[in-house]
Design a protein around this ligand. Sequence first.
Ligand code: ATP
Length: 237
Amino acid sequence: MTAMLEVRDLRVSYGKIEAVKEISFSVEEGQVVTLIGTNGAGKTTTLRTISGLLRPSGGSIHFQGKPIDRTPAHEIVTLGVAHSPEGRKIFPRLTVEENLLLGAFSRKDGGVKADLQAAYELFPILGERSKQPAGTFSGGEQQMLAMGRAMMSRPKLLMLDEPSMGLSPLMMKRIMSTVKTLQRQGTTILLVEQNAQAALKLADRGYVLEVGKIVLQGSGKELLASDDVRKAYLGED
Ligand code: ATP
């Protein structure tokens, strides 16, 4: 069986700087897979390349068996890959509902209204404040909106870039438990996090990135128990 997402020997450069250096990993259907690592390890670059926003300088990316490394970004969305970007990138002057509808831009089916309701069920605050400008929201609420917007394309694979960034511990728990809920509802998830502990706790599989290379991989449990991970990422001696 081929994995839902298969990244092989991927290289990505910004001019002369090689930010991703021949990394390989895969995401099986139904899994939560996490990429962890410190600032500048290449996590965001990897997600942006899978989304088609950056082009690889080497290697390959297959989604459901098809190569997508030369596919335009809007077609990648149509194939079933959604990206909730670092920093959330919501549109502050648009209402919550308008932001959510932008996530459905690629849809031609009639199910958009039902999916708006599904987003409001997942995050009731979005429903309560659907007509308010998104810029009035707190960081945690904006994160909910960014995830809700990504879900509006009905993705098979949802990629989340640092959803816990800048959130209170309580809000972070809320977001992480929503990741689990989405997995239970059938979405496959690729989660990029600097908060290694939170990510590994819920991940089926994890990869540790350091300056553009994968240095460790294993199940979430294995990595949580690994001395190297504990020392480098969980602040333990
Ligand atoms: P962060 O959590 O800070 O986003 P990251 O693991 O996601 O870290 P990337 O943002 O992918 O890392 O950055 C990887 C490397 O590429 C870093 O050395 C970074 O300085 C460099 N880089 C990122 N974006 C650009 C860019 N637009 N131009 C040049 N270099 C870049």
